[in-house]
Design a protein around this ligand. Sequence first.
Ligand SMILES: [Fe+2]
Ligand SMILES: [Fe+2]
Length: 163
Amino acid sequence: MSKINSTLQAAVNQQINKEIYSSYLYLAMSAYCETINFPGTAHWLRAQSQEEWEHAMRLFQHMIDRDGTIKLSAIQEPPSEFGTLKEVFQKVLEHEQTITRNIHELYELALKENDYPLQIELQWFINEQVEEEKTAGEILEQIKMIGDHKGSLIMLDRHLASR
Ligand SMILES: [Fe+2]
Ligand SMILES: [Fe+2]
């Protein structure tokens, strides 16, 4: 494989930071959901946090394979409170939409720089973002349908525990 150029190295390093921040954000959301007594959702978010860490590691490995230089930077502090369960999933969906934009911008840059291996690597991420937005959107829609019905919220929380 050809060496990844310096423009793309900087952009991939930035995306690694964003994936680690995603992991950190979902971990903070998981802790918060424990405090508002939704342990199933907390479990779901902790699994989500782990997936985000794996996304960071995929890009990390790509950089290593391509002779790029990893430059880790400070991780932003996530919030510690996220409101209602509905607001939690609104924030998950919004965050995923932001990440989708980031991935698409990175892909455009890989096209511009004629970096074919990075394009292939990012195609996995493009598909993954479709899935992530779909999943977060579906859960949010279910919460909207449930409204204030506590029993149904507890059922949904139990369902999320099975992830
Ligand atoms: Fe991700
Ligand atoms: Fe994600």
